[in-house]
Each structure stands twice: as structure tokens, then as C-alpha cells.
Design a protein around this ligand. Structure first.
Ligand code: NAD
Ligand code: MG
Length: 494
């Protein structure tokens, strides 16, 4: 393996650009943005922001490739082979992509290498297998007619992704959209444009996609809003905050009523019943599920509901784990938690930490970590508040950082009521050895994903997505194929 950090320093010398219609070009406007390394707040690189003119150029290229190009008409097997080729290229360059991810986002290199990169590659292989398996049906209509359905690509799709899993969220969406024969305009978060920019270089150099099939625009909300409003895009698939999701929906409504799918925020409950099967494993998992990737995960279990007999011990054990955790540089092997992704987010997390001191009982953390080499970084000590009322702001609002709130409960009805008292509905967990209770509670929880006895299970075969204000539409599995196709009903009079 070559010296990847030296390679990255070199790579960062070149300004990043937009990739439109099979070629690189600079943004047409004058606005620029910088992305920083949250471990020391140094600038990694700057780039021009794509404005509406650039987005429309990208959307026009995607539309041309979708309406007149080879891609939707290509033999499905060939399209599948191109997706497998993308998977192979990501694997070949996984060390570079993981390094850029950790530099830009602040997650541990170990997390990028073990979590983000393998999944980013594998999802293309998974969807390569679906290219010829999503097809229509013959419907039993009245005598004298044949009626059948076909699933067509939606067309040109805008894909907008957040900064917490920058490459992985992009790859999920790219794989699903491309497998169904769509073309795309994709925008990474303004805070983490690097890994996707590198992937586009690799696609340009090493994967023979027809021009206009994949287009990359860099920028912030200005660019994202132009995607949502674009009259040339047929769909927008968005992952990000609930507030921005509303804006995307409004943008689509105000323009061409393009289809919208939303993967939004969460405030997921995790319920520990006193009869849980393996208490130590559960507590270790509660900690890891929340504090890995520095708590910047939409489906993380941020509200822990603990049945009274367990309550004091569980609080004490989690507090001890949090106090022992080592915040440090993402590339240092001793680090257990990296810095928050960007300054405004760090400040928002710290405001919630202050609020929590008033709303709950602080049992761990509660401060930024500025020790030694962390002095210039955006590190937050893993923070736990106990005895938090479920109506408190820290129990209701998404913090999206290393902050856990714990609330006691007496019985099953109370646990379910507390779990469901939230505007979100992304995920929920419960731990119990009672199989009847497991099924009963799982069915009563108002969440798109329910994890029993192991919080946070993921597989490409299983649908990912939330209820209520956590969004609508499913990603992954065969379920996402409906999101990226449109169904046509065809009648033949005999
Ligand atoms: P965000 O909403 O601030 O930004 C998401 C993306 O939208 C970024 O690319 C951003 O540039 C863009 N954007 C900003 N303003 C826009 C506008 N007006 N119109 C269109 N696009 C706009 O979210 P974030 O801070 O990047 O990410 C954190 C959020 O993402 C959290 O709420 C988290 O829960 C959510 N998230 C959800 C999932 C999921 O699958 N449900 C997964 C990961 C993250
Ligand atoms: Mg950054």
C-alpha cells in the first residue's frame, strides 16, 4: 500500500470541479466554499459552488442521457456489469477513499475502512443483481383485453446526500438509481465533497459510463435548492435533516411536482426490559450503536429507556464507558471517537449539551475535549444525561452527536408510550428474553425499523427508512426499486 496520506495531500492541491456530461468544468459563478479537516480545523481544499445555471446544465445532460442516450436501453446484463465494475474500482481504491473520508468528515480511519468502504462497493454488486429482476405482471382484467405493467426508469434523478456517511449514502443512491436505468445529478454535502469527487475521477478514468449518465455538482443549500426546483429532473432522492427535507418537498411542489423520497432525521428509542437476555452484551451494544461515528448517525439509539430494576446499574456502567473513551485524531490507532464533522454542527451539539445540564442529570462528559493534540479540533466528550423527562428538548430534538439521554420506565405500556412520543419514526430497539413481548412491542412501535436484542442491524436485502417526520420511501432491498421506477399499465384490446 502506498503512503495514502501523502497521496491525499498531493491530491488536495488540485481544486475540485463539477462533472457534467462526461467532462470536468468549473462552476460558472464566483462563489467558493472551503471544506475543513475537523481534527484541526485546517482548510483541506476550496471549490466553486454550482449555481442554478450549472445545475441546469447537469440536469439537461442527465435528461438527454435518459431520453435519448444508450443507458436506459442498454442490455440489462451490460448495465449490471458496469455496476460491478464500479464496485471493483471502489475496492481497488478503498484506501484512498477511506483516507479522504476520514480527513473530511473526522470519523476514525478504522470506521471508514471497516464500515463505509466495504458497503460502498458491495451495494453496487447487490444492485447489479437486480437489473433484470424487477419486472411487471399481467393483470386479470375483463374479457376482451390483455393488460400488463412495465417498470420503467423514472428518468433523470437528483440525489442529495448528507455529510455523515458521505460516500456510503452517495453509493446507496447511485447504485439504486443506476440499476433501474436512471441517470443522475448528485450533490454531496458542502462539508464533505472529497470522497465523492474522487469516486467521480475514478468513474471518469476507469468505468465506461455513457456521457450524462452520472453528473456531479458541488455546493451547499443553493445548489441543493436548484436541484429540488429543477424543471428538468424527474425525481429527487434526499437524505438529510427534516428541516431541509421540507424545503426539498416545497421546491418540488413549486416546480414540476417531481417525485420526492426523503430519508430524514431521527430520535430513536431503545428499550431495555429487565428480563433482557444478555445484559453486558446489551450495554456494550447500546454504547457502540450510539457513540460510534461520533454519534453522527440518523438511526442511532439516542433515547435509552430502562426498566426500573436495571436503571441505576445501567446508568453507572454507561457513564463509566463514556468517561473512559478516548477522543483523538481519526488516524491515531488509540482513538475511539473522532471530532464532529464541522464547526457549526459542533457548536449546535455543545448548545444541546448545555441545555441537557438544565434538563437532566449529567453523568458523563458534558464538555468539549481540548486535551493535548485535540486543542484545535471539534471533539466532544461522550455525554450522558440520566433522569431526562421524555418531553425535554434534549429528548425530543435530534442532536446528531455523542449525546445519550436515559429515562426510566415501570412497565411495557409506559415504555411503548414513551418510545412513540416523538415526531420522528426512523428506528427503535428493544431488548427482552420474552418472545411474546418481543413481537408485541415490535408491532406497537411506530418506527420504520425495529431491532430486537441487537440494535442497528443492516443488510442490503432489508428496507431502510422511517415513518412520520423521519421521511418516506424505502432505500435498499427490492423495496427501493419502486422508488426508482415508474409503473406503466398497458391495455391491448383483443
Ligand atoms: P442537511 O439537511 O443540512 O443537508 C443535507 C443535504 O442537503 C446537504 O447536501 C445540503 O447541502 C443539502 N441542502 C441544504 N439546504 C438545502 C436546500 N434548501 N435544498 C436542497 N438541499 C439542501 O443535513 P446534514 O446536516 O448534512 O445531515 C444530517 C442530517 O441528515 C440529520 O438530520 C440526519 O438524521 C440526516 N440523515 C438521515 C439519514 C436517513 O437515512 N434517514 C441518513 C443520514 C443522515
Ligand atoms: Mg470537511
Amino acid at each position: 500500500m502506498h503512503d495514502t496520506r501523502a497521496w491525499a495531500r498531493q491530491w488536495l492541491q488540485t481544486p475540485r470541479n463539477l462533472y457534467i456530461d462526461g467532462g470536468w468544468r468549473s462552476a460558472s459563478g464566483a462563489r467558493t466554499l472551503a471544506t475543513v479537516d475537523p481534527a484541526d480545523q485546517s482548510t483541506l481544499t476550496t471549490y466553486g459552488v454550482a449555481n442554478e445555471v450549472d445545475v441546469e446544465a447537469a440536469a439537461a445532460a442527465a435528461r438527454r442521457a435518459s431520453r435519448a442516450g444508450d443507458w436506459p436501453r442498454m442490455a440489462r446484463r451490460d448495465r449490471g456489469k458496469l455496476l460491478q465494475r464500479i464496485a471493483a474500482v471502489i475496492r481497488d481504491h478503498a484506501d484512498e477513499l477511506a483516507t479522504l473520508e476520514s480527513l473530511d468528515n473526522g470519523k476514525l480511519l478504522r470506521e471508514s475502512v471497516e464500515d463505509d468502504l466495504p458497503e460502498s462497493a458491495d451495494v453496487f454488486d447487490y444492485y447489479a443483481g437486480w437489473v433484470d429482476k424487477h419486472y411487471g405482471e399481467t393483470c386479470p382484467v375483463g374479457h376482451g383485453f390483455i393488460n400488463y405493467t412495465v417498470h420503467e426508469p423514472v428518468g433523470a434523478c437528483g440525489l442529495i446526500v448528507p455529510w455523515n456517511f458521505p460516500l456510503l449514502m452517495a453509493c446507496w443512491k447511485l447504485a439504486m438509481a443506476l440499476a433501474c436505468g436512471n441517470t443522475v445529478v448528485i450533490k454531496p454535502s458542502e462539508h464533505t465533497p472529497l470522497s465523492l469527487s474522487r469516486l467521480f475521477e475514478l468513474l471518469d478514468e476507469r468505468v465506461a459510463l455513457p456521457p450524462g449518465v452520472v453528473n456531479l455538482v458541488l455546493g451547499d443549500g443553493e445548489t441543493g435548492a436548484a436541484i429540488a426546483r429543477s424543471p428538468r429532473l424527474d425525481k429527487v432522492a434526499f437524505t438529510g435533516s427534516t428541516r431541509t427535507g421540507r424545503a426539498v418537498l416545497a421546491g418540488a411542489a413549486a416546480s414540476n411536482l417531481k417525485r420526492v423520497s426523503l430519508e430524514l432525521g431521527g430520535k430513536s428509542p431503545n428499550i431495555l426490559f429487565a428480563d433482557l437476555p444478555d445484559r453486558d452484551a446489551a450495554v456494550a451494544r447500546v454504547y457502540a450503536a450510539l457513540f460510534s461515528h461520533k454519534g453522527e448517525k440518523c438511526s442511532e439509539p439516542t433515547r435509552l429507556l430502562v426498566q426500573r430494576p436495571l436503571y441505576d446499574n445501567v446508568v453507572a456502567e454507561l457513564a463509566a464507558m463514556a468517561e473512559a473513551a478516548v477522543c483523538g485524531h481519526p488516524f491515531a490507532p488509540t482513538s475511539q471517537q473522532g471530532p464532529q464533522c464541522h464547526r457549526a454542527h459542533f457548536e449546535s451539539v455543545m448548545r444541546y449539551v448545555e441545555l441537557g445540564r438544565a434538563e437532566g442529570r449529567l453523568v458523563a462528559g458534558g464538555v468539549a475535549d481540548t486535551r493535548g493534540e485535540n486543542a484545535n479540533g471539534l471533539f466532544v466528550r461522550p455525554t450522558i444525561f440520566a433522569d431526562v423527562d421524555n418531553s425535554a428538548r434534549v429528548a425530543q430534538e435530534e442532536i446528531f452527536g455523542p449525546v445519550l439521554v436515559i429515562t426510566p420506565f415501570e412497565d411495557e405500556d409506559e415504555a411503548v408510550r414513551l418510545a412513540n412520543e416523538t415526531s420522528y419514526g426512523l428506528a427503535a430497539g428493544l431488548y427482552t428474553a420474552d418472545v411474546s413481548r418481543a413481537h408485541r412491542v415490535a408491532s406497537r412501535l411506530d418506527a420504520g425499523m425495529v431491532f430486537v436484542n441487537r440494535y442497528g442491524c443492516y443488510d442490503f436485502a432489508s428496507p431502510f427508512g422511517g415513518f412520520k417526520q423521519s421521511g418516506h420511501g424505502k432505500e435498499l432491498g427490492r423495496h427501493s426499486l419502486a422508488e426508482f421506477t415508474r409503473t406503466k399499465s398497458i391495455w391491448i384490446a383483443l
